[in-house]
Design a binder for this molecule. Structure first.
Ligand code: ARG
Length: 455
């Protein structure tokens, strides 16, 4: 493509380090869409003739069908996707192919292609997050009343419902989807027409190509247009945060699956056995989702380090933007789909959860609250009395609801048997009716709101 200035061929090693077609072939669809929009604009602006445009569009359409059919000859000697397409176009339509690159450079071309790829990836990912949220909502609705222990420090804290717990993830994934939507809105400007870096002397219409390619507007600074990759960084940051949330849910699935917890069962579809220990059923899919965040953060770190300190505008360093980004989205999309599958598949063992919800003096706070409400004790004093009640129950080897009234009255003579009404996990959960609390009515109200939002 630049033979005029060169008399020798590149060294083999030069080609080995320079070539990107092995990975940037994934930009083929975006590259062709960009070229079609560019050719139409060049004709409308009078830069190329209508005959040339017809030939170019026909050639690009042929190339698209070759790519879709898997017959397109990707060739390393043409370095990247842009030059592979142009070389093939020349084979198909002859010299008119050479007019397509008027008022354009590979610098704005790759910025455009990659931006469109990331934009599509953000859309797909947001859609997959919504699918996962729907799977969570469906499970949460069935189990809006199922009590389980709520934890802090992974120690039993207060009873909650399984539905409430799942809805916590619906909130997290809702913010994750929102981050992709926000990133998309910010990146939705077309760099095409910035050319190499300074803009173009031809009477191009950047508004027209921006519109044709679904952008809100063209970018406003030609240098920034070819130098910017923060759209990819922002998306990778959003992807990493989402993967972090996935890893937390994955970790809980792993914990809940242990015989020691026994809170849930996963079917054979999402577990594996052991080649030596016949009794095993391992949550490998959850473990792998838990691990993928490493890849995601690795990709974000990789691209941040590539971009750090790069002088304006384009440098070939930026070719290293694609592999980490492709890998990150591949890993995230697979994780989201696997997690949605696991959530739909998992069956809670509600009896085990309910028993655990009552263990560990989990209604101690309810006891203290009763003392505040009914006896007007200051909360700190109520906390102290309750602590003594827990100590007593521990001595006697019983739960709080089985502690004899005489023992409670020894701590405060005004305590009546109505205190037992608040000491079951069900009563505890039902009482937490504050907005966003774990009372089943509150949980159902949030499920309804989310169902409407995702409909
Ligand atoms: N393959 C290159 C990349 O991915 C395309 C842009 C090359 N531009 C250049 N001036 N060498 O970044």
């Amino acid at each position: 493509m630049w033979g005029g200035r060169f008399s020798d061929k590149p060294a083999e090693l030069m080609q080995a380090i320079n070539v990107s077609i092995g990975f940037d072939k994934r930009l083929a669809a975006q590259d062709l869409a960009g070229s079609r929009a560019h050719a139409a604009m060049l004709r409308k602006s009078g830069v190329i003739t209508s005959d040339d445009e017809v030939a170019i569009q026909g050639g690009l359409a042929t190339i698209l069908s070759e790519i879709e059919a898997g017959t397109f000859p990707f060739r390393e000697e043409y370095e990247d996707i842009h030059m592979n397409v142009e070389a093939r176009l020349r084979e198909l339509i002859g010299p008119a192919a050479g007019r397509l690159h008027t008022a354009r450079s590979r610098n704005d071309q790759v910025a455009l292609d990659f931006r469109m790829w990331v934009r599509d990836a953000c859309d797909r990912t947001a859609g997959q997050i919504h699918a996962l949220q729907k799977a969570l909502l469906a499970k949460a609705e069935i189990h809006a009343d199922a009590v389980m222990p709520g934890f802090t420090h992974l120690q039993p804290a207060q009873p909650v419902t399984f539905g409430h717990h799942l809805m916590a993830y619906v909130e997290m994934f809702g913010r994750d989807a929102g981050r992709f939507v926000d990133a998309r809105a910010r990146m939705n400007e077309s760099p095409l027409g910035a050319a190499a870096l300074a803009g173009s002397p031809f009477p191009i219409d950047r508004q027209m190509t921006a519109e044709a390619l679904g952008f809100a507007r063209p970018t406003a600074n030609s240098l920034d247009s070819v130098a910017d990759r923060d759209f990819a960084l922002e998306s990778l940051a959003a992807a990493t945060i989402c993967a972090t949330h996935l890893s937390r849910l994955a970790e809980e699935i792993v914990i809940w699956m242990t015989p020691q917890f026994g809170f849930i069962k996963l079917s054979d579809a999402f577990t594996t056995g052991s080649s030596i220990m016949p009794q095993k059923k391992n949550p490998d899919a959850a473990e792998l989702v838990r691990a993928k965040v490493g890849r995601l953060l690795g990709s974000f770190t990789q691209l941040t380090v590539v971009m750090k300190g790069l002088p304006l505008t384009y440098s070939k360093d930026m070719q290293e933007d694609k592999v980490p980004t492709f890998e990150a989205f591949d890993a995230l999309e697979l994780s989201l789909r696997a997690m949605a599958g696991m959530v739909a598949d998992l069956e809670p063992n509600t009896a085990t959860m309910a028993t655990a919800a009552g263990a560990g003096y989990s209604t101690a706070t309810d006891l203290a609250d009763w003392l505040v409400r009914e006896l007007n004790l200051p909360f700190r004093d109520a906390h102290h009395v309750t602590g003594a009640a827990v100590k007593k129950a521990e001595e006697l080897g019983v739960g709080l609801s089985d502690l004899p009234l005489s023992e409670l009255q020894a701590l405060d003579g005004r305590i009546t048997s109505s205190i037992y009404d608040v000491l079951t996990p069900e009563a505890s959960v039902a009482s937490r009716r504050s907005y966003g609390g774990t009372a089943p009515d509150q949980v159902r109200a949030q499920i309804k709101r989310w169902k409407e939002a995702l409909a």
